[in-house]
Design a protein around this ligand. Structure first.
Ligand SMILES: [Zn+2]
Length: 1009
């Protein structure tokens, strides 16, 4: 038998030895008996909102294999999310009436001495919650000290052979390992403890030549407890778990002075400080000692693809600030264990906040083997040391430690990394694991293993030659980018409102940061990875939606107070339009409360008259407003001559001509079967209209623009997470109807109504005379639920552009990336684009993240009916918007990033006010290269200063001038993302500050008053 086969045989023996207890049959009060087999209950009953009562006789065999159980103490470790009660002979062993929790560092002694035969009745009572029934999450592990000793002995044999095999390079060394493998008998399961110990002595002796090298290896063991703040439970439940776990770890630290612990998420420290001041003092003490590692560079562990760049900046700012102010440390470890993907500008953002090392589990870029450590180069060229393990939780076993050392060896490193902590809803290090670490410390010819911190591990591997990964780390659960539309829409609405509010407050020089900070933290909590990804239970969203609506309301109040500061009351016909973005823009604005009908006009502040149009939402016109500006308009005269958009209604199509494009809208489907850019531009739809052939005319409506599709995925587990095999695609190209519902000099709106099953999809397709966009507002009554039988139904909108060899680009947090146009679901922020060198089509959105591009077909996933852990999927009413932007040139030339920002942060208008002349507003402007966006302003956290965020948005170097700073601003500093000043940017005699930026650089500036 070869060495690999022996190692494999030992791995199987180890798996059995760690879960040795024989199958047990448990009887529910009603129904058929169920079996507990190798730690897992088979077909566990999970009736929602009911109590389940199971009983079994604890029958103990004389021995398990060669291990006698007589008079052994029996321990039980439970990993579960259900509130449960466990009784032995009527005595309560566990009485957890609190919310579902993992066992944490506890272990239950069932009996101090068991004996062969019946030992008494075990009774388990658990309450099944309404919607946590998706995972059979109830694991029981029975063990005794003798059984553990056996598992350890088998692990040790396995580890010695596996480690030596990894180190053996010469033929002599390899034959030495092979000879040692021959010592392992085929009937290992019959060898008793004494025999195993003797075998270990022999194997160790045989492999003595490797001992020196093995003892030079080290494994850093990180104590951790992964807290999913709201997932299959709600945030209030988790606050209790945080306190339980911190108390548990502190207790263990007293018992085991070597124990260290790494805690992430600043909000969890906040909970301890607020609710348990004594625990907090102990934590502070251990931080000072260096045993409690603060790895809380974010307020919470958010998703890292879905939040906007500014949301990530805020989460990092509030995380780092909290650590500095309340814990007295500046964290250097960015912990993102469970994030489902990592966007390309993160190295820059986290390094700017002081990170030296980035830890993650998912999306490791190693191909044949995951990298334990590697260098990650972000979009802008910033490098950071990334470290990674296959799991961010686990039990310390000899085998797991050896595997960590082997992973390091495979990469040529001398130190490995291992996370310990049981449970995946809190939990933490265990006595069993810590005892094992102590035992391993005395092992000869074995890697040095000790409790450590990620910072220590980073300094250990820092100088090694490491592989490099460039750009985003991709993603793993692509369905998440579409699951739970309402969560995504509310997230974006809050992001837009908070960014605009923060900026307009700064323009008005109002310090509203306290109110805004609270709202940003609420948003950050909602951006927790399971929550924003749509993979949490319904109870979570009931709370989160309310909280997000509150945050959006706070933002609206700040915007209103900025309006009060920037304007004063005037006659009703006076209108002020304000622009929350850092560039001059022409965009549509709706003035609420101005009623009337038909075409109209407004007079701009320079006396020119422009067209306007009454609508049910208010007065609509296209305003041009300077950077962060307020512009004055006055209601004009309805008799002014206005040229309506040309709309021609034919039988099959409605033809619309504007200054920017000519479109043919297919009445039955709302699809654009012809779309030409400008007067002379090419046809962007190749097969939409009927074309003559030798016999009958033919068309391919499915290959038009703005086509609704129903896409069916095969049934699969983790439906909220995974976008899986597509087994059907249907095109909603027949049976609908379209009607012109509004037309005037500003815009024309065609309403298309389509039905699918019991669902109704209403789309208002809005053509503007003088804007290069076609906006689409969808009002959908969605009735399609998914199930384990049917699978998942998605609603997509598809646009196929007739282009040459195109490229597909997607916006990412503070950046953009090109990806293969291979049809896979991917995430984008506010825009995605397919272009060749001459023309292209961009699709903008107001909270739709799931996209796919296949060649020059771009699709948005509007709705997705996953069925677990939340069984209603997207069933319900939804209103969402997207926009089609046909353009000349590529996305850069078309200014797509600016269009998308404008589509989200709209111009804001108010009637009955005029701009105040006496207000000393802050309105910095940007000159120089056009590829830098001045995205937002805020009040500085500490100094008497204002913060401006700049983003290079095209992947090219740039030089810009910040102008209009005087008289309010005295000096300008470059700053880190957490607002530490980094150096002065001189203001020249003309009052301008010059700044050079790298491709994709995000720059934070402090404007000192
Ligand atoms: Zn998680």
């Amino acid at each position: 038998m070869g060495i690999d086969a022996v190692i494999q045989r030992l791995r199987t023996a180890s798996d059995i030895a760690h879960l040795p207890w024989p199958d047990m049959v448990w009887q529910p009060s009603t129904g058929k008996p169920i079996t507990l087999s190798r730690g897992t209950f088979v077909d566990l009953p999970l009736p929602p909102r009911q109590r389940v009562d199971l009983r079994t006789e604890l029958r103990v065999p004389r021995s398990i294999g060669p291990v006698s159980l007589d008079q052994e103490p029996l321990y039980l470790t439970i990993d579960s999310i259900y509130p449960l009660q466990l009784l032995f002979q009527g005595r309560e062993l566990i009485g957890r009436r609190e919310p579902p929790v993992a066992p944490g560092p506890e272990e239950t002694l069932v009996s101090p001495a068991i004996s062969e035969g019946t030992n008494g009745e075990l009774r388990l009572v658990y309450d099944v919650p309404q919607s946590q029934t998706w995972l059979n999450w109830l694991y029981f592990r029975f063990s005794t000290p003798a059984l553990r000793r056996r598992a350890d002995a088998i692990d040790l044999l396995l580890s010695r052979l596996a480690l030596a095999s990894e180190l053996a390079t010469t033929p002599a060394e390899r034959s030495q390992v092979a000879e040692s493998a021959l010592l392992i008998p085929l009937d290992l399961e019959l060898v008793d403890q004494e025999g195993l110990d003797e075998l270990d002595r022999m194997v160790a002796q045989h492999l003595e030549g490797f001992a020196d090298r093995l003892e030079k290896l080290s494994v850093h063991v990180i104590g951790h407890s992964h807290l999913d703040l709201s997932w299959l439970w709600t945030w209030p439940d988790t606050t209790r778990v945080i306190k339980r776990d911190v108390a548990g770890v502190l207790g263990l630290m007293d018992e085991y002075p070597e124990l260290t612990f790494t805690q992430s998420q600043a909000v969890t420290f906040d909970v301890i400080e607020r609710d348990s001041p004594e625990l907090f003092q102990s934590v502070l003490h251990h931080i000072t000692e260096g045993r409690w590692e603060v790895a809380a560079m974010q307020w919470v562990e958010t998703d890292l693809n879905l939040p906007s760049g500014e949301s990530l900046a805020r989460s990092i700012l509030y995380g780092v600030s909290h650590c500095r102010e309340r814990l007295g440390v500046s964290p250097t470890v960015f912990l993102a264990p469970d994030a489902f993907g990592h966007s390309g500008n993160l190295p820059q953002l986290v390094t700017s906040a002081g990170a030296h090392v980035y830890y993650h589990e998912r999306c490791n870029p190693g191909t044949s083997e995951p990298h334990t450590a590697y260098s990650w180069r972000g979009d802008d060229g910033t490098r950071i040391l990334n470290v990674s393990t296959p799991r961010y939780w686990g039990q310390v076993t000899i085998k797991s430690i050896a595997d960590a050392a082997i992973a390091a060896l495979k990469q040529g490193l001398s130190s490995g990394l291992f996370f310990h902590g049981v449970g995946n809803h809190g939990g933490g290090p265990t006595r069993e694991g810590l005892d094992r670490l102590r035992m391993m410390a005395g092992l000869k010819g074995f890697p040095k293993t000790a409790c450590s911190t990620l910072a220590r591990y980073a300094s250990d591997v820092g100088d090694s030659e490491l592989p490099e990964h460039v750009g985003e780390l991709g993603s793993l659960f692509e369905g998440c980018y579409s699951t739970n539309r309402e969560m995504k829409l509310r997230n974006r609405r809050a992001e837009n409102a908070l960014t605009s509010a923060s900026t307009l407050a700064a323009v008005a020089r109002l310090d509203q940061e306290a109110a805004l900070r609270a709202a940003w933290k609420t948003l950050s909590l909602a951006q927790f990875h399971d929550t924003l990804c749509g993979s949490a239970i319904a109870d979570v969203y009931d709370q989160v939606f309310e909280e997000l609506d509150d945050a959006t309301r706070s933002a609206s109040e700040v915007i209103a107070s900025a309006f009060v500061a920037l304007t004063e009351t005037a006659a009703a016909e006076s209108i002020v339009v304000t622009n929350p973005l850092g560039w001059t823009r022409r965009d549509v604005v709706v003035v609420p409360g101005v009623t009337g009908s038909g075409p109209f006009s407004v007079i701009q502040d320079d006396g020119s008259v422009i067209p306007a149009q009454h609508s049910s939402e208010g007065l609509v016109f296209v305003a041009e407003v300077a950077t962060f500006g307020c512009r004055q308009y006055t209601l004009g005269d309805r008799n002014v001559e206005n040229r309506d958009i040309t709309v021609v209604e034919d039988d099959d199509v409605i033809r619309v001509e504007t200054e920017w494009y000519r479109a043919h809208l297919h009445r039955e489907s709302g699809s654009l079967v012809s779309l030409r850019v400008g007067e002379t531009g090419p046809e962007l739809v190749r097969f939409g209209g009927r074309r003559p052939t030798d016999y009958i005319d033919s068309a391919r409506l499915d290959l038009a623009i703005n086509v609704l599709q129903v896409v069916d995925e095969a049934p699969h587990d983790m439906s909220a997470w995974h976008f899986d095999d597509v087994i059907g695609e249907r095109y909603l190209i027949a049976g609908g109807s379209s009607q012109l519902i509004e037309v005037g000099p500003v815009r024309a709106i065609v309403r298309t109504i389509q039905r699918f099953g019991s669902s109704e999809i209403v789309r208002d397709i809005i053509f503007y005379q003088s804007l290069p966009r076609i906006d689409v507002t969808c009002t959908i009554d969605w009735r399609e639920s998914g199930s384990r039988e049917k699978g998942i139904t998605n609603l997509k909108v598809s646009s196929t552009a007739s282009l040459g060899r195109g490229a597909a680009w997607f916006e990412s947090p503070f950046g953009a990336c090109e990806r293969a146009a291979d049809g896979q679901e991917v995430v984008a922020q506010r825009w995605a684009d397919v272009s060749d060198n001459n023309y292209g089509l961009a699709m903008l959105n107001d909270g739709i993240y799931g996209h796919d591009a296949l060649g020059c077909r771009l699709r948005l996933t509007l709705l997705r009916s996953s069925y677990e852990p939340n069984d209603v999927g997207d069933v319900g009413q939804h209103v969402m918007k997207y926009s089609l932007c046909p353009h000349a040139g590529d996305w850069r030339q078309a200014g797509v990033p600016k269009l998308a920002a404008g589509f989200n942060q709209t111009l804001i208008a108010k009637a009955g006010v005029v701009c105040r002349a006496d207000v000393s507003a802050l309105r910095p402007t940007l000159g120089g290269d056009p590829n830098v966006l001045l995205t937002s302003l805020k009040r500085a956290e500490k100094e008497s200063a204002w913060v401006a965020r700049l983003q290079e948005c095209e992947g090219r170097p740039a030089t810009v001038y910040i102008e209009s700073l005087r008289p309010a601003i005295r000096s300008v500093n470059r700053a880190s993302i957490v607002e530490d000043p980094l150096g002065n940017v001189p203001i020249d005699l003309d009052g301008r500050a010059r700044l050079s930026m790298r491709p994709w650089e995000v720059s934070t500036l402090l404007f000192n008053e």
